[in-house]
Each structure stands twice: as C-alpha cells, then as structure tokens.
Design a protein around this ligand. Structure first.
Ligand code: PHE
Length: 340
C-alpha cells in the first residue's frame, strides 16, 4: 500500500504540471480525489489492513490526501492567473492609437443664419410656422391685396404650375394661412424656400426667406422698429443700428425698407456698404387693413406689423460673400470654413 501511495504521489506531481486548463485540472483531481478516485479507493481499502497497522496506514493516506488537495489548490490558483492574463492580453486596448477619423459635415451658411435668427426671435416669444411651397394664387397674391391684374405682380416673376397653383414667391403667403386659423395675439416667424424666375450674382431662382408677423391691439411701426433693433444687435454687433425708408408693398401700409448700419465700417462707408454706411436688409410695414379683413380680423380693433427678409442676402452680408451662386454650388472649400 505504501508503494501504491508513493506511485500516486508521483503521478499527481507529474500530472498537475501537464495540465493546461482548469477543466483538465478538475478532471485529474476527480481521478484521484473524487468519490470513486484512487485515493478514495485506498481509504475504502483500509478495511483489509490488519488492525494494528491501520492507524499508521490511515495517517499515510490522509497525509497524501491533504498534500494532493494542497497541490491541486495551488495549481488552480496558477491557472486562474494565467487565464486572466491571457484574457487581458486579448482584450488589450492601445489608448495611444490614433482614433478612426470620421468625416463630419458642416452647417450651411444659410442654415447657420436661419438658426441664429430663429433663436433670436424665439427669445422674444415668436412661434415658428412653416407653410407649403406649392401655394395657391390666393395665399401668395390675392389675399395679400395683390389682385390678378395688379402691377405689383411684376415685382416677383412667378413660376406658375397651373392658373391656380404656383411655387410661392414669398413667405408672406404664410401670414394669411396663420391669420385664417389663429386669432390675435399672433406672433410668428415663418422660414421657408421661395421661388422666382430670376438668376444672377444676387438672385437665385430658389432662395430662402424669413417672415415675421405680429398682430395684436395697439401694435405700431414703433414696435417693429424696436424688435428689428434688437434683432440687428443680436445678429451683427451691439453697435448695429436700423434705419427705415419709405417703400411700397401691397400688403403693408405704410411700407418700409429697412437698412442696417454697416457692420464692417460702422457706418463710415466701405466696399461692403458701397460707401453709404448702410445695408438694405429687409422689407416690412404695418399690415394693410385689407389683409386683416381678408382673414376675418377686425382692423379697427387690431393692428400688426410684418417683415420679410432673404436669408442668402443676410448670409452674404454677414460672411462677406459677394456672389449668391457660391451658396448653391456646395463647394466644400467654402462650406468647410463654417465648421463650428
Ligand atoms: N414679401 C416681401 C418680399 O418678398 C417682403 C415683405 C414681407 C414686405 C412682409 C413687407 C412685409 O419682397
């Protein structure tokens, strides 16, 4: 029996060194220490050992068992560490490696200006309304006090789809749509695409406008001036001033053309303002009482003002772009300059 024990001890010593995984180690352990394992078989075999030798033999067996258990536990620890190390190795991340480059787009200058204007007016309590681009003659012209034979139609060379439908030539059509649905107080800002048969360095057949409309009791041209002053300071510089000049639009009375003091020279006169110190920026006026009537709003009770501006024009002024066509060519050399 002693010999057998010695043999087991050697076999375990060698076998353990050869195990490469915890699974293999477990199988080996079962072979010796499991219920039907070899060491357990020896314990059972004690019955056949003569009584006087039993205590000594029993001690030998239990010594080997204790030794074997310690050996397996030690190897188990070793293997655990090795497996962890292998896992760390395989999951290793090199934090100094350069990141994969993802090309991101940039906001288009017209959209930058649009966003800034919206934020400015939202801050003053305006709601956003977006109307349809395919519009009825009624909303684009008639309800805005421009009847079919009116010479003011010549101001905007319009793309007609049918006799009744057209591509809207101004976001002013949105004024009517809003006033038909909503009664005062009204305070809306309406951005959108508009279309005119016109194309050169300062005109494009499709461009963007931003319309503003305020209708309530006691609204005057002074309110318009105050709001536009705030807008001019926010969009350009805190020094920017506005100037109103008389003008004509069928849907406003009186009508004005609004200039900003030149943000480049501060009004002294430069290339950008063509030496005048002022830059024309939008059309506006007090809403014509006929327009209010057309929308079922009593002009003796309510008054309002409206304004409309071209976003391309504002982007050109703000960023010193001298040809509108650059804004539609999508040349990345231009667009990249607007990465924010
Ligand atoms: N719709 C006018 C245009 O496109 C601008 C405007 C809007 C004028 C609102 C007055 C009031 O020229």
């Amino acid at each position: 029996m002693q010999e057998k024990l010695e043999q087991i001890r050697r076999a375990i010593g060698e076998g353990i060194g050869d195990t490469g995984s915890r699974k293999e180690l477990f199988e080996l352990k079962m072979k010796y220490l499991g219920k039907t394992g070899e060491i357990s078989a020896l314990s059972k075999g004690m019955r056949d050992v003569p009584a006087e030798e039993r205590p000594a033999m029993g001690k030998l067996v239990s010594d080997v068992r204790a030794w074997a258990e310690a050996q397996f536990a030690a190897r188990e620890e070793e293997l655990k560490k090795e497996e962890l190390k292998a896992r760390y190795e395989s999951e290793k991340v090199d934090v100094t490696m350069p990141a994969r480059f993802t090309e991101t787009g940039t906001r288009h200058p017209v959209n930058i200006v649009k966003k800034e204007i919206i934020e400015c007016f939202e801050g003053m309590g305006f709601e956003i309304y977006e109307g349809p681009e395919i519009e009825k003659d009624y909303y684009n012209f008639q309800a805005l006090n421009i009847p079919a034979d009116h010479p003011a139609r010549d101001m905007q060379d319009t793309f007609f789809i049918t006799g009744e439908y057209l591509l809207r030539s101004q976001t002013s059509s949105g004024q009517i749509r809003v006033m038909e649905k909503k009664k005062p107080p009204i305070k809306i800002l309406s951005p959108g695409r508009v279309y005119r048969s016109d194309s050169d360095a300062t005109h494009s057949p499709m461009f963007h406008q931003m319309e503003g409309l305020v209708v309530d009791r006691g609204i005057t041209l002074c309110d318009l001036k105050g709001i536009l002053d705030e807008f001019a300071r926010r969009l350009f510089t805190s020094e920017t001033k506005t100037r109103l000049r008389p003008s004509y639009f069928p849907f406003t009375e009186p009508s004005v053309e609004v200039d900003l003091s030149c943000h480049n020279c501060g009004g002294r006169g430069c290339r950008i303002c063509k030496g005048t110190g002022w830059i024309e920026i939008l059309g506006a006026g007090v809403v014509n009482r006929r327009v209010l009537e057309n929308c079922g709003i009593d002009p003796d009770e309510y008054t309002g003002f409206a304004f409309g501006m071209g976003l391309e024009r504002i982007a050109m002024i703000k960023y010193g772009i001298n040809d509108m066509r650059y804004l539609f060519e999508n040349d990345v050399r231009l667009l990249k300059q607007f990465r924010d």
